[in-house]
Design a protein. Sequence first.
Length: 94
Amino acid sequence: MTKKIAVVTGAGSGIGRSAALALSRAGYAVVCAGRRKDELDKTLAIACDKGLAGESVPVPTDVSDPAQIAALTTTEAARPPRSDKRPGVISPSA
């Protein structure tokens, strides 16, 4: 089964928070991006309280900064799993 990953910007409040929670509920691993880590942590706390935070992670990001966007897209949590990466198996990086 392929892991579904969603990156949600603005996940610390409002519509972004609602989207992150809805995607978690739908089974996605959610990369919660936003400027304020404390608010991202609140989103994950809400998800935990509802039993939804499974594989969600907060990634403080200012989307007006191209370097931070580039860093967000290379965050391990935002990358689909590789078929050659299994627990207990060491394989070369692509």
